[in-house]
Write a protein that binds this ligand. Sequence first.
Ligand code: MN
Ligand code: MN
Length: 454
Amino acid sequence: MPRKRATGDRPGLAHKNKSGWEILKGSLSDIESYNREYLRFLSQVKTEREAVEYIRDRAGKAAGLHLVENRGKAVAVCRKGAAPLKEGVRIVVAHIDSPRLDLKANPLYEDTDLAMLKTHYYGGIKKYQWLARPLALHGVLAKEDGSLVKVVMGEDPDDPCLTIEDLLPHLAANAQYSKKLSEAFQAEKLNIILGSRPDLRAKDNRVKEYILSLLHEKYGIVEQDFISADLEVVPAGPAREVGIDRSLVGGYGQDDRVCSWAAFAAVRDAKTPRYTSIALLMDKEEIGSEGNTGAKSVFIEEVLWELAGRFKEEVIPSRALFRSRAISGDANGALDPDYPEVHEKMNAARLGYGVCVTKFTGARGKVGSNEAHAEYMAYIRSLLNRAGIPWQTGELGKVDEGGGGTVAKFLAEYGMDIVDMGPALLSMHSPFELSSKVDTYSTYLAYRAFMEDK
Ligand code: MN
Ligand code: MN
């Protein structure tokens, strides 16, 4: 008798993704309470500095966590494992910077009786999305005496906000409509409106003069202080539940605070891990992970030196890292119902189908990607299946449609195994990114299972 061929109808042979809502139908209240906490974080935290502060505060209230900070812009939150550090650690790395508009060193000027601020965008933005909407200013100015002036303006509903104006449609024919999108909106026109009222005692630049007097009164700063500042213009207002069924989270900076929060919550909640677990939250991913707070820096080595001191262990960080395992937590692009043509449907992640595992990233033939090995993918697959966590795989778009990268390759240089894993978003890199509540929760479950795995 010839053997019967396997078909998709035979249970266990064919592979089909299941909705996360179906798999986690018994955990609806856990999904809600996780996302309530996540929405609070997302609403309050709009910059890398604010993320470090928020997490420092929350970590202080949890038991058994060790924090290692890097210049207030990157942080490692660690939980000691039963095994010594030299046997390796478990790292979930994510980034806490997001695309935005930074202020230039000499930002303030007056034009047409308006006080304006010049910006230089940071990371991949679609410029038109930043026009004609309420914006907020977050950041610090460093004074010559070393003190820091903290600024958060435009978040409280009673606070004034900032904005960038856009051309009225009546007059946009030549300046915008007839141009290519990449030319219609120019970076040098992304100027912030800061005020319009003249200082009646001043001779000229009367609006700018009045703004300077207000800035001095409110923050004690002078114009030169803008030169030593990290000031970031971001969308104003809180994150929101989206949809009449409240199934989605909408807000700025979910790439990659969705993974950052999940990584922090996972290490906070992890029970008696065998290996020391680290949520490694990095800066500067959106501009290539450069600099001493980015993933290309030696910060992770410093974290291990520091932990060895606190745990009174001997460790050579590079050897421990070679024996380590990691997840690169980053957001992926979800299958877009309005632009399905940029995706290849069989390999696109969908909202609501759980955390997305991405074997490789890159562009033009995987270039610039850390590709996870088959053996490590098998380990991850088995981990997620054993724990009953909704998961899927996803590639960022069709082959040759574009592409992107993550920090995975920078940590892989130490020799650790690492794979990309995070939820898929709609409207990624926009001022109002969308995630599914079941995906954000699945991401947390996945990171926690990874940290707790023996
Ligand atoms: Mn990202
Ligand atoms: Mn990004």
